[in-house]
Design a binder for this molecule. Structure first.
Ligand code: CP3
Length: 342
């Protein structure tokens, strides 16, 4: 019998949805914090294949999720392309910025990324051997727009202002950067699939800040290009797209891009998603991550309401965004029980 996650991705309506959680390997788990300390820091953990595989497995052992997601980060690809990358504790990522042609010219081509990313492919090979046979393995990359927002600003930003500014002030350069990231992402995800990823997810965390034609040009079109190139090489590998906070633009996103599943953030209701998004195929989501901090009956009620609202079609249960470090692991177990008994 095929793995539950793969069945949902193939479009099957299941009595109980497969469950996994964004950032399921993370700081809310004491065993993660211990392994991270052993590695030294976050980036050293990402590039240490044995320890990255270990933290990927930790939430599987503890909770029995239906899927594991490769432990890595969307910013490793810009680093492979030649950007400087470091993490400031308590603040987040920092990168060299892209302000003009000279900064862009310092980046290498997408042919040269694989030596740098070899430890990530090795993590996947280890996981393919070590995961329980019922657990699916998810690879991932950032979407070009989201990765570009960090590369241009050199850090996370509230409104993606620097990226929007470059887009309007030097559109030719901005388009070159999006194109480079699109081609590099195809090669990166393709190698993840060859190493053993059974599905891949494209994280467009800042898709919601693209409006109108910009959404078509820089969220939808790059996703379509990546998905069609991957489908040409790996026709049987399903693809999950996460255009976070796309709002109305979730409607038709799967059809327009060829994605097998659309992941939903928690700003939309499950009822709305059932009516307008799940009609086209599998959806993933979308419990508010805050419940993992606050717990209680509200957690159980919301988890079960989402499960029931999306029971009429293919559904993968997840949070609407990553679990936060202040979450209580007991609430994760409570969520899983609630979904499986809904
Ligand atoms: O979901 C998973 O568990 C898989 C691993 C994963 C991480 N980051 C590990 C991580 C994935 C899929 C990501 C994606 C990612 N990384 C995104 C897109 C998804 C999203 O959350 O919107 C983005 C925007 C990033 C960039 C990034 N990485 C930021 C902004 C930060 C700092 C924020 C924070 O929580 O500290 C990171 C660090 C990061 N990536 C951590 C983890 C577990 C925390 C690092 C630590 O241990 O200190």
């Amino acid at each position: 019998m095929a793995k539950l996650l793969m069945r949902a991705l193939a479009g099957e309506t299941l009595p109980t949805p497969p469950i996994w959680m964004m950032r399921q390997a993370g700081r809310y788990l004491p065993e993660y914090r211990a392994t991270r300390a052993e590695a030294g820091d976050f980036l050293s953990l990402c590039y240490n294949s044995d320890l990255a595989a270990e933290v990927t497995l930790q939430p599987i052992r503890r909770f029995g999720f239906d899927a594991a997601i490769l432990f890595a980060d969307i910013l490793l690809l810009p680093q492979a392309l030649g950007a400087d990358l470091w993490f400031v504790t308590g603040e987040g990522p920092r990168l060299s910025t892209i302000e003009g042609e000279a900064d862009f010219a310092k980046l290498g081509g997408h042919d040269d990324i694989h030596d740098h990313l070899a430890p990530i492919y090795e993590t996947i090979r280890i996981l393919s051997r070590e995961l329980p046979e019922e657990t699916a393995l998810i690879g991932f990359a950032g979407a070009p727009w989201t990765v570009a927002t960090y590369m241009i600003a050199g850090r996370g930003t509230k409104d993606q202002g620097p990226a929007h500014a470059l887009k309007s002030e030097n559109r030719a350069l901005f388009v070159q950067l999006i194109d480079l990231l699109t081609e590099a992402t195809i090669e990166y995800l393709s190698k993840q699939i060859e190493a053993g990823a059974e599905t891949v997810k494209i994280f467009d965390s800042w898709a919601g800040s693209l409006k109108g034609q910009d959404f078509d040009d820089f969220a939808l079109k790059p996703a379509k290009r990546i998905i069609s190139a991957l489908k040409a090489r790996h026709p049987d590998v399903p693809i999950i797209a996460f255009p976070r906070e796309a709002g109305d633009r979730y409607i038709g996103f799967a059809k327009a891009t060829g994605a097998d599943c659309v992941a939903l953030d928690n700003s939309i209701t499950a009822e709305w998603a059932a009516k307008y998004v799940q009609v086209d195929g599998c959806v993933q989501g979308n419990l508010a991550p805050g419940h993992m901090v606050t717990g209680g009956q509200a957690l159980v009620d919301d988890a079960q309401a989402i499960t029931r609202a999306l029971r009429g079609g293919p559904h993968i249960f997840n949070l609407g965004h990553g679990i936060t470090p202040d979450s209580d692991p007991d609430n994760v177990a409570k969520m899983i029980d609630a979904v499986r008994s809904a």
